[in-house]
Design a protein around this ligand. Structure first.
Ligand SMILES: CC(C)(COP(=O)(O)OP(=O)(O)OC[C@H]1O[C@@H](n2cnc3c(N)ncnc32)[C@H](O)[C@@H]1OP(=O)(O)O)[C@@H](O)C(=O)NCCC(=O)NCCS
Length: 148
């Protein structure tokens, strides 16, 4: 099934973007102020030239998203494309949407002459690891975090 299209996100997608982020187990807002802050964050992302959100749309519904950041590294002349978020709505998985979103990232990375694409995936996301390996990513690092 390939009747979806990939396009840049716009402000009118905000609610569907938030719904998808909850499916990624991101926190739901606890207050109105927090809800506004989340929305502002998404809108800020849409206004930045080095930050991009692409969405997959099927039957006028947003069913997947990928976010991207173009990052400079100290000893590299080229940028790195970092992918903070990738999620496909639960009932639309395994129909090529995730792969197609990543292919769009690869296309943009090549256009910007990036030297690589990088992302992190939690230890618990075993399915996602299988997906990344299936589409050609290599596991190349451990990720360390410290909650503040
Ligand atoms: C990971 C995720 C984005 C994959 O998206 P998807 O649209 O279901 O994946 P696709 O249908 O494009 O799959 C592409 C290929 O990977 C394979 N694949 C996908 N999920 C797989 C899994 N769990 N196990 C094995 N292979 C898998 C598909 O079979 C397909 O192979 P093919 O090209 O030979 O047919 C989606 O499952 C998801 O949103 N998961 C929850 C959120 C998440 O974990 N995001 C990643 C955060 S790091």
């Amino acid at each position: 099934m390939n009747n979806f299209k990939i396009r840049k996100a716009s402000k009118k997608d905000t609610n569907e973007i938030l719904d998808l982020l909850y499916q990624l187990q991101r926190p739901r807002p606890k207050t109105n102020a927090e809800s506004l802050a989340f929305r502002k964050q998404i809108h800020g992302y849409l206004d930045e030239k080095d930050e991009i959100i692409l969405v997959a749309e099927q039957s006028s519904k947003v069913v997947g998203l990928v976010s991207m950041m173009f990052l400079p590294r100290l000893n590299r002349t080229k940028l790195e494309l970092y992918i903070p978020e990738l999620v496909v709505s639960e009932d639309h998985r395994k129909s090529g949407i995730g792969k197609s979103l990543i292919e769009s990232c690869i296309h943009m990375a090549k256009k910007k002459k990036c030297f690589r694409i990088r992302l992190e995936s939690g230890n618990q996301r075993k399915d996602a690891h299988l997906f990344y390996e299936k589409i050609g990513f290599e596991q190349s690092a451990l990720s360390y975090t410290m909650m503040i």
